[in-house]
Structure formats: C-alpha cells, structure tokens
Write a protein that binds this ligand. Structure first.
Ligand code: NAD
Length: 369
C-alpha cells in the first residue's frame, strides 16, 4: 500500500490519476460537479462495439456522444432518439468529410471493420478532427504508419481504443512490475481467444478483417505482452494450426501460437484462437513473484492475483474510463501510463506482420527497432 502511494505520488504530475486507487472509480471521488472541458465525440460505425461505447459514454464526465456516422438511416434515427443527437451532427460514409465545418464535434471514434479504418481515420484527420480508432488500427503496419503521418500532418490527435491501458487491475500489475515487486521479469504468457460464431461475418472475410483471430483477439496478447513486460520484442516465432479450413479460409487464421523474445531475455508464449472458449488469461512471472489475470482483457470484471494475494482494484466500465481519460489527453494534454497513440497501434501491427511472416516462412523473425 505504501509503495503504491509512493508510485502514484511520483506519477501525479505526469501520468496516472488518483482515481485509480483501489475502491474508487475514475473521477468518482470528485464530489463537486465537473466543470472542465468536455470532448464532443461522434461515433462512426453503429455496430455491436459502437453500441457498447455509446452506452458507456452515458456516464462519462469529460466526454459526450454528440454525433453519428452510419450507412444505415434507421440506426441513425434510433440513436438520435436514444441519445438526443441533433440532425446537424448526423452523417453517412459518403458525406462525413463535411464534419470539418461542424464546430460541435471535436473527435470521431472509428468503430468499423478493420480494413476500413485507414481511409476513415485519414478522412477524419483531413477534416481537422481528432481520431480515436478501434484496434487493430489497420491491417498492416505500413497502413498504420500512413495514418499516423496523416494525423500528424493535420495536427490532430490519433488514439487507439486500447481500453485495458486504463483498467485498474492491469494498471496495478504494471505498477508492481515497475516498482520491482516481481523482481526481474522472466516470462509472460498470454492466451486470447473465443469460439467465433456466424461464418458469414466480416471478421471471417479477409478483405474487411485483414486476417483472423490474430487481428481481432490475438492482438490483446501482443499488446498485453508489451505493457506487462515493459519492453519491445526483438524476435518472434509462430506456428499456425487450422481445424476447419472451410470456415477459416486462406488468410483467416484460426489458431496461432507465437513466441516473442525481449532485450532483457524475457520470453513470451502466446495463443490466439477463434476456436476455444475460456481463453482470456495473462501470466507474468518474475524472480520475486508473479501476477495472473483471468479474465485479463474481457469487458470485466477483470480478476487476478499476485504472489501477494488477490487483486482488489476498482471495477469500472472500461469504455467510460477510457473516454474520460482520452478526453483529458486530447483536451488537456494528459499523458497516459501506457501510451495509446497511433504509434502504439503501429508497434503492435509490426509484431503482427512479423508473426504472419513467421507462420508463412517457418523462420524466426528479427524485429527492427
Ligand atoms: P460490428 O459488425 O458489430 O459493427 C461494425 C459496424 O460497421 C456496423 O455498424 C456496420 O454496419 C458498419 N460498417 C460500415 N461499413 C461496413 C462494411 N463495409 N462492412 C461491414 N460493416 C460495415 O463489429 P464490431 O464488433 O462493432 O467491431 C468494430 C470494430 O471494433 C473492429 O475494428 C473491432 O476489432 C473493434 N472492437 C473492439 C473491441 C474492444 O474491446 N476494444 C471490441 C469489439 C470490437
């Protein structure tokens, strides 16, 4: 408890916010009504995750859903009614560039199929609006880099919907690792998967998804390995197995096991799959202790324990916390504990590109810094 306080005190000026103390919720400790700036957000893509984000934003203090971009007029009408969205803040995929003339929208949250993110984020940037984009930011690192450059050129922020970077149990394990409480980190295991249903969905169509389980859920183990270990991998190896080549066509990975090596000698062993349930687990092992989380990246509650006992952090709605924190980052320049910017998305994609290359070639792929 003492070391946690010290850590928080040290970071107060830069990164982590006091509301991440156990038993509290972000900004919930503020008893006075919030009077600071509010990020006005339009959601693009009113599908299942867009709906979850919209619901979560209802309890945001620093962010507000004010607009929508959708190709389905009936959805737009339903959202207008539900969230009180004015007609002037409603767009479709053809006309949303006109958002540049709308001063009532600060940022667009892109929540569409993966392969569409690149063009959509670039158009958002060109319209002069901040872009928040779902994971993976694109379907390869090269496209991701173009997105980063476009946002830089337009002088807008580009953030990735990496909600776990704010999640209190996750943050506590990172704090323990940074404080040396686990000793020297030696090993990480990430298991990410679920049995995917409907074979006709876009997630199983390479044109829209860019790949299979790795693009969708394996990315959590890639990203998680990086924030849990606190280093960037220098090599990967990977092996693919497929039990159902009809459902999981060419270019759609069903299951990939992959390994990563880090500069200090840490190794990671991970599994990404679309055909196994109950597979949402992180394990971080050091010379003085361990942390294990299961579920580790689902919508929550996140559960876990360390060598010191159960993790008893605040249970939060991830997307509410994420959007409040992103508002503080965009409007007030706050720095997060773990980066959530476009470059972070590109780092994950470089590793995923290497994993796909390792599967194809059977070789150990050396990652360039
Ligand atoms: P979904 O299929 O439920 O919704 C996708 C939306 O995009 C739909 O409203 C659909 O109408 C729209 N769309 C626009 N153009 C489309 C096209 N050409 N083809 C198909 N749909 C089109 O998918 P989802 O689960 O909401 O996923 C959307 C994005 O959010 C993905 O990038 C996914 O990886 C990400 N996601 C993130 C999380 C998370 O926890 N961060 C969770 C789920 C999904």
């Amino acid at each position: 408890m003492k070391s946690r306080r010290k850590f928080l005190e040290k970071l107060t000026l830069s990164a982590i916010s006091l509301p991440l103390l156990p038993g509290s919720n972000l900004f919930a400790a503020d008893e006075d009504p919030y009077e600071g700036p509010i990020l006005k957000v339009a959601i693009m893509g009113l599908g299942s995750y867009g709906t979850r984000v919209a619901e979560a934003m209802q309890t945001c203090k620093r962010a507000k859903l004010v607009g929508v971009i959708s190709g389905t007029p009936t959805k737009i009408t339903a959202w207008q009614e539900k969230y009180g969205i004015p007609e002037k803040n409603c767009y479709n995929y053809e006309n949303f560039d006109a958002i540049k003339d709308n001063p009532d929208i600060d940022a667009v949250y892109v929540i569409t199929p993966n392969a569409l993110h690149k063009d959509q984020v670039i158009r958002v940037a060109k319209a002069g609006k901040h872009a928040i984009c779902e994971k993976p930011i694109s379907i390869n690192a090269k496209d991701g880099e173009e997105m980063v450059q476009a946002c830089k050129a337009a002088k807008v922020k580009f953030l990735v919907g990496y909600r776990m970077h704010f999640e209190p149990h996750t943050v506590e394990v990172i704090r323990m690792r940074m404080a040396g409480e686990l000793g020297k980190i030696m090993f990480f295991q990430g298991l990410s998967g679920f049995p995917i249903g409907n074979p006709d969905q876009w997630r199983l169509n390479k044109e829209l998804s860019g790949g299979g389980a790795m693009m969708d859920i394996g990315i959590y183990s890639v990203n998680g390995a990086r924030y849990m270990v606190g280093e960037e991998p220098i090599w990967v190896t990977a092996q693919e197995t497929k039990t159902d080549p009809i459902k999981f066509k060419e270019g759609i990975d069903e299951t990939i096991q992959f390994q990563m090596g880090f500069p200090s000698g840490v190794v990671a062993s991970c599994l990404s799959t679309y055909s196994m349930g109950n597979l949402d687990r992180f394990f971080l092992n050091g010379t003085n202790g361990f942390a294990e989380m299961q579920p580790s990246t689902g919508y929550g509650p996140i559960k876990g324990r360390t060598h010191k006992g159960p993790l008893e952090e605040a249970i939060v709605t991830h997307q509410t916390l994420q959007m409040d924190e992103m508002s503080a980052m965009i409007l007030e320049g706050k720095e997060p504990l773990v980066p959530v910017d476009g470059e972070e998305g590109v780092k994950d994609l470089k590793i995923m590109d290497a994993i796909y290359l390792a599967v194809k070639s059977g070789a150990k792929i050396i990652l360039k810094a």
